[in-house]
Design a binder for this molecule. Structure first.
Ligand code: PBG
Length: 310
């Protein structure tokens, strides 16, 4: 009876697995604040990606972690076709072809020595338009490497329009844009900064949104849709389910929500202490994000949950 009348479904195809691939390591490296999540080598990424696809996940979102000495103020190694993220995308495109939707994080923070998501001016402020020009090159490099979807996560104004134009001009009209449309300046990203060995000293409050502002989030979503976003995303998920619900109301394109590193870390830590049933709470949290209105959920549990669900 419960199955017959269930209003919300949670299926492996709804889930996207974020994965990290690091340059200059010979063995995958655990991320201590995210038990079960690792920085992959190119080879271990290929194996884990194939396993996740086999388990039925809907897509993969790949983040690159360059060597410290390859970072610079402009994040150049993100644009380099031989840079870690681009070679890993090419590996996965060759291995998996159309068996999954291959997504790339289109942001500079992993690649810059200052850790900001963009180009910083002489006064230490992120230069919005100079950053957009760099994002266009980054997106084209990722498309050339085989990404089906680029995911601009830097929250620059006009980034979606700039990337859409740049992709089209480079012959990648078929590459889609998953826009991090309503991304809040959140402390729930803490463990991610370890995951990508971020150099950031400070915060991102000049370009990410204030947690108290719902109206602004909806305006950002509407702007990104107008600029050509194919999917819009709300991030983080659980503390922003009202925004997910409001986005689902107004968005003419699919809505994604990102269950971020801190959400994963909190549930994992409680489970490790025996305080909650980790699997049950993970699935309940994912169901709640779907119930709020997300079509797609990015979650570090994607592969595990796909297995549990089937
Ligand atoms: C920035 C980016 C961040 C995350 C994804 N892309 C971190 C940030 O904005 O500081 C966070 C993801 C997570 O916490 O799981 N490119």
């Amino acid at each position: 009876m419960r199955r017959l009348v269930a209003q919300t479904s949670l299926e492996p195809r709804h889930l996207v697995l974020p994965m990290f691939v690091a340059d200059g390591i010979t063995e995958s490296r655990p991320i201590s604040s995210m038990p079960g999540v690792v920085q992959h080598t190119r080879d271990s990424l290929r194996a884990a990606a194939a396993a996740a696809v086999e388990a039925g996940v809907g897509g993969l979102m790949i983040f690159g972690v360059p060597r410290e000495q390859d970072k610079d103020p402009a994040g150049s190694c993100g644009l380099d076709p031989d840079g870690i993220l681009n070679v890993a995308l090419a590996d996965l495109a060759a291995d998996l072809a159309d068996a999954t939707v291959l997504m790339a994080d289109t942001c500079l923070d992993e690649f810059t020595d200052h850790g900001h998501c963009g180009i910083v001016d002489s006064e230490g402020r992120v230069d919005n338009d100079a950053t957009n020009a760099q994002y266009v090159k980054l997106a084209v490099a990722q498309a050339q490497s085989g990404a089906h979807v680029v995911g601009p996560s830097g929250m620059m104004d006009g980034q979606v329009a700039a990337i859409r134009d740049g992709l089209d001009a480079a012959g990648f009209a078929d590459v889609a844009i998953l826009a991090y449309a309503a991304k809040f300046a959140s402390s729930f990203y803490g463990p991610f900064r370890e995951a990508v060995a971020s150099s950031l000293d400070g915060d991102r409050r000049t370009y990410q949104q204030d947690g108290g502002n719902a109206r602004e989030a909806l305006r950002e979503i509407a702007l990104d849709v107008e600029e050509g976003a194919d999917i819009v995303m709300v991030k983080p998920a659980m503390a922003y389910l009202d925004i997910v619900a409001a986005a689902a109301e107004i968005s003419p394109v699919p809505v994604a929500a990102y269950q971020v590193s801190g959400e994963y870390a909190m549930i994992s830590a409680a489970a490790a202490n025996g305080w909650v049933d980790g699997r049950a709470v993970a699935l309940e949290s994912l169901t709640s994000i779907r119930r709020a209105g997300a079509d797609i959920v990015l979650t570090y549990w994607a592969a595990d949950a796909a297995g549990w669900l089937s």
